[in-house]
Design a protein around this ligand. Structure first.
Ligand code: SF4
Ligand code: SF4
Length: 57
């Protein structure tokens, strides 16, 4: 299962960046973005987001 970040929901807190075990998330213009080629689909980012901006796709 892959995950994506809903840009409109992202509050820019950076929590998911710290939660990702392989540093696959970067902040760009205040919005988190997943680098899909590095992502392991572990779901840690989705579990860490306080506003449910990370969703399975
Ligand atoms: S699913 Fe896991 S590996 Fe992929 S971006 Fe989220 S925390 Fe990182
Ligand atoms: S944890 Fe959620 S609100 Fe915070 S930067 Fe990541 S996607 Fe955005």
């Amino acid at each position: 299962m892959a995950f994506k970040i809903i840009a409109e929901k992202c509050a820019g807190c950076g929590t998911c960046v710290d939660a990702c075990p392989v540093n696959a998330i970067e902040m760009k213009d205040g919005v988190a973005e997943i680098n899909e080629s590095a992502c392991l689909s572990c779901g840690a980012c989705a579990g860490s987001c306080p506003v449910d901006a990370v969703q399975p796709e």
